[in-house]
Design a protein around this ligand. Sequence first.
Ligand SMILES: O=P(O)(O)OC[C@H]1O[C@@H](O)[C@H](O)[C@@H](O)[C@@H]1O
Length: 316
Amino acid sequence: MATGSDRVAVELCKGINGLDKVVLRESRGSSVEVYLYGGQVTSWKNDHGEELLFVSSKAIFKPPKAIRGGIPICFPQFGSHGGLEQHGFARNRVWSIDTDPPPFPTVSSNKAFIDLILKPTEEDMKIWPHSFEFRLRVALGPGGDLMLTSRIRNTNADGKPFSFTFAYHTYFSVSDISEVRVEGLETLDYLDNLQSKERFTEQGDAITFESEIDKIYLSTPTKIAILDHEKKRTFVLRKDGLPDAVVWNPWDRKAKAMADFGDDEYKHMLCVEAAAVEKPITLKPGEEWRGRLELSAVPSSYCSGQLDPRKVLLSS
Ligand SMILES: O=P(O)(O)OC[C@H]1O[C@@H](O)[C@H](O)[C@@H](O)[C@@H]1O
C-alpha cells in the first residue's frame, strides 16, 4: 500500500459506521477518501481543504444501500439498461485492497494511490453468471487531480464472453445549480431518461439547469467542463474508454422522494458521469477493458466556447 514517496500518504482507517476507508494525502494539502464499501470515493478536497464532491447529509453509510454521493461505480449495469438492480451491484459490495496489482504502463511514483479489487461471490454469480476481476486504482496527483482507472477482466472458465455497461457516477459539489454551465456536450445526440430513453439532439448552447435533467449524451468528446460561476471554479473531466456522459440532477420533486437526499440538496450538486452505456462493452475470456477518468478543479477565468483545458490549467 506504500506509494514509494514520503511526500504523499496512504492511510487505512475507519469511516462512518465503522466502515473501512482509505485516505490519500498529498503534501500540498489535497486529499481523497475511498470507502471499501462500493470502492467509492466519498471525498476529494483541494489544497485549501475545500470539498469538491457532493455527499448528501442524509447518505446512509450502511449496506445494502449505496452511498448517496461521491463517485459510485455503476457496474455491470448502468441505470435500468438491463435486467439487474439499478446501476448494478459493484456499488454495494465490499471491495478489497489489491496488494499485488498487475503493473500499469505509466509510472505512479509521484502520486498517492490505492488499488482495490472486486471479484464476484457465489451469490453474485447467481444474479450475473460471470467471473470477473475488477481492479480500481484511485490516485491523487501532485496538483490535486483525482484519477480513477478501472480494469475489468473476463475470468470466465466456461469460455463465455460477457457484456456490461458502466459509469463513474460522479456527484460534483456546486454553489448553486442555476449558476452552473456544462460545456462540451452541445450539439450532441442524447437519450432522455425522462422521455422513455428517446433520442434527441442537443441545441448549440452550453447546458444550463432550470429543471430536472437525466440525459445520456452519446459519443462525447474526451474533455468536458463544468463551470461554477458563483464559486469561480471549473471542473475539467478527461475520460478515456468511456464514450458517453450522463448528466443528472433530480430537482425538487425527485429530491423529496429520495430518502437519502435532502429536499434542497439538488441545488448544490450535479452529476456528470463518464460512462459506456449506449454500446455495451463485450469481453471474451482473458480480455481486459480499461476506463479512465481524470478530474481537475481549477479557478475559472474562463469564457464560454473556450473548451480548452490547457488554457484553463494555464490560467490557474
Ligand atoms: O438513485 P440511484 O439509483 O442512485 O440513481 C440516481 C440516478 O442516477 C443517474 O445516473 C440516472 O441517470 C438516474 O436515472 C437515476 O435516478
